[in-house]
Design a protein around this ligand. Structure first.
Ligand code: HQG
Length: 183
């Protein structure tokens, strides 16, 4: 599979697993997972991919991606983060590292410093484990993004819940402004 087809397929997979499973006739479990067989049938039925998408294609897409977006476990596939569907996806709540980061646009900064980090269109706030990752995330919205440092240790002590997405992405409920510092 070439790069272009991998990216195209990955976007379709994200759309189905994060944003619109109903459109594909898919029902996600509490952890956001669905059986791979069912997923492949639904994807191929909707898009008539030629050649059809297979499990080994998905393995190849995951192995070649620069971000770990999906997980396969016990014959089931799920998106690790990014969900916007109404059904709240459950992620295990974990103690975060002392410091996390968030890359965003200058435009959003005043509102963030006033309201805190909000999930906006998604179910959770997305945080980065390191500055480099935060920079990449922020670059989607601003050529010179703002990097916020999150005092995750204090926030967790005060009861803010954190969840693991992948090794670079952490999720959280709303983060009040007092835990945020512009770098
Ligand atoms: C901003 C991608 C105004 C927030 C990335 C962000 C990530 C506020 C935007 C993942 C705000 C939401 C998620 C407030 C937050 N006022 N703006 N109070 N609170 N915002 O896309 O974190 O490639 O939903 O700063 O790499 O940018 O798709 O979140 O700019 O890991 O796998 O509202 O998506 O991964 O934007 O990105 P998003 P995000 P994938």
């Amino acid at each position: 599979m070439d790069d272009k087809r991998r990216t195209f397929m990955s976007k379709k997979m994200s759309y189905a697993l994060r944003h619109n499973p109903e459109k594909y006739g898919l029902v996600l479990a509490h952890d956001g997972s669905v059986s791979i067989g069912e997923f492949l049938r639904a994807m191929n039925a909707m898009h008539h991919f030629a050649p059809p998408l297979t499990e080994s294609d998905i393995q190849e897409i995951m192995a070649n991606a620069e971000k770990q977006r999906f997980a396969i476990e016990d014959g089931r596939i799920r998106a690790l983060y990014g969900h916007s569907i109404q059904q709240r996806i459950e992620h295990p709540s974990l103690l975060p590292p002392a410091v996390l980061y968030h890359g965003t646009s200058h435009k959003a900064l005043p509102s963030i410093m006033k309201e805190g980090l909000l999930p906006m269109g998604r179910q959770y706030v997305h945080l980065s484990a390191d500055v480099e990752t935060a920079h990449q995330v922020g670059r989607r919205r601003d050529q010179m993004p703002v990097i916020l440092q999150i005092d995750a240790e204090s926030a967790a002590e005060d009861g803010v819940k954190f969840y693991l997405g992948n090794d670079k992405v952490w999720l959280a409920d709303r983060i009040p402004p007092k835990y945020l510092k512009e770098m």
